[in-house]
Design a protein around this ligand. Structure first.
Ligand SMILES: Cc1cc2nc3c(=O)[nH]c(=O)nc-3n(C[C@H](O)[C@H](O)[C@H](O)COP(=O)(O)OP(=O)(O)OC[C@H]3O[C@@H](n4cnc5c(N)ncnc54)[C@H](O)[C@@H]3O)c2cc1C
Ligand SMILES: *[C@@H]1O[C@H](CO)[C@@H](O)[C@H](O)[C@H]1NC(C)=O
Ligand SMILES: *[C@@H]1O[C@H](CO)[C@@H](O)[C@H](O)[C@H]1NC(C)=O
Ligand SMILES: *[C@@H]1O[C@H](CO)[C@@H](O)[C@H](O)[C@H]1NC(C)=O
Ligand SMILES: *[C@@H]1O[C@H](CO)[C@@H](O)[C@H](O)[C@H]1NC(C)=O
Ligand SMILES: *[C@@H]1O[C@H](CO)[C@@H](O)[C@H](O)[C@H]1NC(C)=O
Ligand SMILES: *[C@@H]1O[C@H](CO)[C@@H](O)[C@H](O)[C@H]1NC(C)=O
Ligand SMILES: *[C@@H]1O[C@H](CO)[C@@H](O)[C@H](O)[C@H]1NC(C)=O
Ligand SMILES: *[C@@H]1O[C@H](CO)[C@@H](O)[C@H](O)[C@H]1NC(C)=O
Ligand SMILES: *[C@@H]1O[C@H](CO)[C@@H](O)[C@H](O)[C@H]1NC(C)=O
Ligand SMILES: *[C@@H]1O[C@H](CO)[C@@H](O)[C@H](O)[C@H]1NC(C)=O
Length: 583
């Protein structure tokens, strides 16, 4: 008996070992290599009960689901479209398409857990994260990381996976001067240390209380994890560089389960890669320290050039406005502006118009930067673009804010969620903006269909070009270092509308984004706000940094514990329906 048992378990172990050492796919529930419930409960015990198995978030609306609760359904349905609710839910995401519309809170559609992770670690510290990474690695379980679920390329949700949810890893502190661990010098100036669960709005607010600003993003609910690892553009990036350029130190859990401090004095390869190389690729960020700056007043003008819809002259005027963005940058002005076509319903626009509209923002860094000088700079830009054509209306209404928070607390967003969407984008350099205005006009015209908008965010510029990241450089896309404008557009479709999805995705990729790619063929795009299936994504998202990033990925994660799309080194696996399998 003893012998038989040994033989039997020996056989089983050999067979398992074989499947473990040469697995073709990551384990899925029901497959022989999926960990037993005993193993999951051992993990749970090691985590003091922090392993959860959340029901699909819309389940309360579906009578076939064990957690059906008709009384709770209306609240879930009405909160579904807010980024805050999706952040607080362990598996919620801003875009429904990344969970394959599998459990929307509407009783008229089907619900299953198919598009969602099976288990979630509600992590509160680096040790919790380590246990999850070790478990996924040893058991060949697909591993993902969710901070807020804001990702526009869908990296924070996946079927048949274990998710490490970083939202409850909390902690935020400020200090003056910072000595990176293991360095024999200190870095002058204010610095912020934020745990992985921190959202930008909390940092912006706490900075404001201390008369500081940080290089934060446009939406307050974005989290530090995806934002900083992807690069992070900001109202202050054209002044001070990308968010990733501000980083002084990161604490990381590696694919091997090591908890490491990375900075310019230790683990320098990882420190380099984690600043721009992308989320959930090289490890899990548990804490980050980055620079802050003294606060200053902000002058923000609502600026516009517009005309009644349908004017052929519009596209040339739009190109002329955009061609002056490098000059606005030189004067210390950034913009969150949009080219809109036959558009109404936002920005207070009630009649369909063609226009360049948005916020033009100037941090007051010099005594001569006043609302008069901002208005004059904008009027010069707009009147030069429209001088020859009187049908265009233009204007700029400046407001002085005592600090960034005063503007941001009422303007951060969008904070909506609960739709099916893909983005497309391109970074535009000086050549694309000034080299050939006919080509610029044509590109925006093609990229912006009737009713649509394409951003012309001036978030690159001199600050990003001249940034001095610690350690000499970081992994932020080399195209950012030449970029002025981040041009982003999106398409949406209704859930379950496969035809609409196919049509819209085809337009997004082959028409709209393609027009921008042609305009700036030597540039690239920003990984956090881009088309998930961007062709040649390695070069597009990382430019000349890709070879070094790939080398670091292979070294730090030889078994591909972390995998995502579009991510560094993901070439060896592909998604086959809801499985992740070797190519
Ligand atoms: C409304 C809105 C406005 C935005 N505005 C800006 C902007 O102004 N500037 C800008 O640069 N971007 C902006 N973005 C894009 C934003 O940078 C990305 O959505 C980013 O991925 C969000 O990071 P997250 O951690 O909040 O999201 P998540 O979806 O949780 O994570 C995004 C990615 O990072 C990974 N990740 C998250 N946390 C960690 C961690 N601790 N360690 C390792 N990997 C992690 C995830 O696995 C995923 O791959 C905006 C997005 C939205 C939805
Ligand atoms: C190993 O994998 C193969 C193919 O997926 C499967 O048929 C077999 O049952 C697995 N064996 C064990 C012991 O898990
Ligand atoms: C983990 O343990 C906690 C506390 O014992 C329990 O509430 C929870 O349901 C367990 N998780 C799973 C997935 O079983
Ligand atoms: C949420 O947004 C979707 C897509 O825009 C829309 O179809 C749905 O009606 C919205 N739901 C609520 C409750 O507003
Ligand atoms: C289901 O109901 C929602 C909300 O009422 C609605 O927006 C949607 O169009 C409906 N979907 C289908 C497939 O009928
Ligand atoms: C996650 O952990 C936090 C902190 O302990 C707790 O407040 C929260 O309720 C937990 N969430 C879930 C869904 O378990
Ligand atoms: C700091 O360390 C560097 C490199 O190890 C060394 O060259 C330098 O002399 C040290 N400086 C001081 C002030 O100790
Ligand atoms: C802001 O001040 C700088 C430094 O004097 C100057 O170069 C720039 O043109 C000013 N910009 C505006 C819009 O006032
Ligand atoms: C400018 O772009 C247009 C449209 O793409 C093209 O036809 C023209 O040849 C270009 N001009 C120059 C000088 O390159
Ligand atoms: C402009 O949009 C309206 C809907 O808002 C549509 O009816 C009209 O056809 C559009 N015009 C053009 C020229 O695309
Ligand atoms: C998404 O759902 C559809 C059915 O609605 C299914 O055919 C498809 O395989 C699913 N995709 C994934 C990635 O699971």
């Amino acid at each position: 008996m003893l012998c038989a048992i040994l033989q039997l378990s020996g056989l089983t172990a050999t067979a398992f070992a074989h499947n473990h050492s040469h697995p073709q796919c990551k384990a899925t529930p029901g497959s022989p290599s999926w960990p037993s419930s005993y193993e999951w409960s051992k993990l749970n015990i090691s985590l003091s009960g922090r392993l959860i198995q959340p029901p699909p978030p819309g389940a309360v609306c579906h009578p076939n689901q064990p957690t059906y609760n008709a009384a709770l359904c209306p609240a879930v349905a009405s909160n579904w479209n807010t980024s805050a609710w999706q952040t607080e839910n362990p598996v919620g995401t801003i875009c429904n398409n990344f969970n394959n519309d599998t459990c929307l809170p509407y009783p008229n559609v089907t619900c299953s857990g198919q598009g969602y992770p099976v288990y979630v670690i509600n992590a509160t510290c680096a040790e919790d994260v380590k246990k999850g990474v070790d478990f996924a690695r040893t058991h060949n379980v697909r591993l993902i990381v969710k901070g807020t679920g804001h990702d526009y390329v869908g990296r924070s949700v996946a079927p048949n996976s274990l998710s490490i949810w970083t939202h409850h890893i909390s902690g935020l502190s400020f200090q003056d001067g910072f000595t990176p661990k293991g360095c024999n010098f200190s870095i002058d100036g204010p610095a912020v240390t934020a745990a992985a669960g921190t959202q930008m709005l909390e940092i912006d607010y706490q900075a404001h209380l201390r008369n500081l600003i940080v290089v934060g993003g446009g939406a307050g609910t974005v989290g530090v994890g995806g934002f900083l690892t992807g690069g992070g553009h900001s109202a202050f990036s054209s002044t001070y560089g990308m968010a990733a350029d501000q980083v002084l130190e990161m604490e990381i859990v590696t694919p091997a389960g090591e908890i490491l401090t990375t900075n310019e004095c230790q683990n320098i390869d990882l420190f380099w890669a984690m600043r721009g190389g992308g989320g959930s690729t090289f490890g899990v960020l548990t804490s980050v320290t980055f620079k802050a700056y003294p606060s200053m007043p902000i002058i923000a003008a609502t600026g516009f050039v517009l005309t009644a819809s349908g004017s052929d002259a519009f596209w040339d005027v739009a190109a002329k406005v955009l061609s002056q963005y490098p000059s606005l940058d030189a004067q210390g002005i950034m913009t969150y502006s949009f080219v809109v076509h036959n558009f109404s319903g936002e920005f207070g626009i009630t009649q369909p118009i063609d226009g360049v509209v948005g916020s033009f923002i100037m941090p007051v860094l010099h005594p001569e930067n006043t609302s008069v000088s901002l208005t004059a700079a904008l009027y010069k830009t707009f009147s030069q673009a429209t001088a020859w054509n009187p049908q265009f209306l233009y204007g700029a209404t400046p407001t002085v804010y005592p600090d960034f928070w005063a503007w941001y607390s009422i303007n951060n967003g969008p904070l909506d969620a609960g739709y099916d969407q893909y983005l497309g984008s391109r970074l535009l350099d000086e050549q694309a903006l000034t080299g050939n205005l006919t080509a610029l006009a044509e590109a925006y015209k093609t990229a912006t269909p009737s009713g649509g908008m394409t951003s012309a965010y001036l978030v690159g510029g001199h600050g990003v070009m001249n940034a001095k990241p610690r350690g000499g450089s970081n992994a932020v896309n080399s195209a950012w270092r030449k970029a002025y404008v981040h041009a982003v557009l999106g398409v949406q479709w209704k859930p379950f509308d496969e035809l609409g999805k196919t049509e819209q995705t085809d337009l997004l990729d082959n028409v709209y984004t393609e027009a921008l790619r042609k305009l700036a063929p030597d540039m690239g795009a920003y990984v956090n706000e881009a088309y998930k299936y961007e062709p040649n994504f390695q070069e597009t998202f990382w430019g000349t940094n890709y070879p070094r990033l790939l080398e670091i990925k292979r070294k730090i994660d030889p078994e591909d514990v972390f995998w995502c799309q579009p991510c560094v080194g993901n070439e060896r696996w592909q998604e086959v329906d809801d499985m992740l399998c070797k190519v």
